[in-house]
Design a protein around this ligand. Sequence first.
Ligand code: GTP
Ligand code: MG
Length: 258
Amino acid sequence: MSVSKGLVSVLIPTLNEQSGIEKTIMSIPRSELRSNLGYELEVIVIDGDSTDSTVEIAEKMGARVVVERRRGYGRALKSGFAAANGQIIVTIDADNTYPAGSIPEYIQVLEHGNYDFITINRFSNMEQGVMSITRRLGNKILTSLANLIYSLDLKDSQSGMWIMKKDFVSSIKLYSAGMSLSEEIKMIAFKFFRSKEIDGIYHSRSGEAKLSVFSDGWENLKFLFRYRKIIESALVRRPISDITKSSTGSSASQSTYP
Ligand SMILES: Nc1nc2c(ncn2[C@@H]2O[C@H](COP(=O)(O)OP(=O)(O)OP(=O)(O)O)[C@@H](O)[C@H]2O)c(=O)[nH]1
Ligand SMILES: [Mg+2]
């Protein structure tokens, strides 16, 4: 395939990830994306002012580095969304945990199924010891509650690997600055857009985790309940498929997370 179909932006938030960033960027199949799907690739690292050599390594690997000094995984990804030029946006962590090698396959599912958003279920193929029992339990509780409150059928509400259309990102307003962005984006995606959850692999992490099981778990739990009141206001533009279903417009005037 010689004519480029467009651009894929892979967003990678980093906070002191010098031991995983090189392997992570290397695992993104640039040439397969180009030769099999006709997409060019841009890799954007959104760095939280790392004090190790994350930025140097990322730049050496050809990534564009955006510095976002304000703390938080959600804050970093929102800055990444604003910086992305691609028609398709993919998110992964910088710790080599997600199956970046399968990005072309997932993009094909997105395109053939005309989905707006795809998320990867980490629990379908996870080696023993990759996640502690406490974290597994926390994930189970958060996912079950999300399903109950928002009438969903997710297996993993906390996964950080998503494949989505830029149009979807432009149609929503995201409130979370922290780890709760992960459940937030899925709730709005599965409530209002064509979305799919795909089983994937989750490898053991390179480097130290930034997630704090108890404080992030508690924040994510509180967010699940608060979000019920603001989910409608998070829809900036209704999905095309939904416009004919309802004539009640949604207010997009809210600018801060209550
Ligand atoms: N820029 C930026 N990146 C962050 C921040 N906090 C976390 N990250 C990055 O966001 C990604 C997700 O954080 P992780 O610690 O891997 O969280 P997790 O995937 O739930 O936990 P593990 O399974 O242990 O990896 C990693 O690539 C982090 O380096 C932050 O405040 N700023
Ligand atoms: Mg991680």
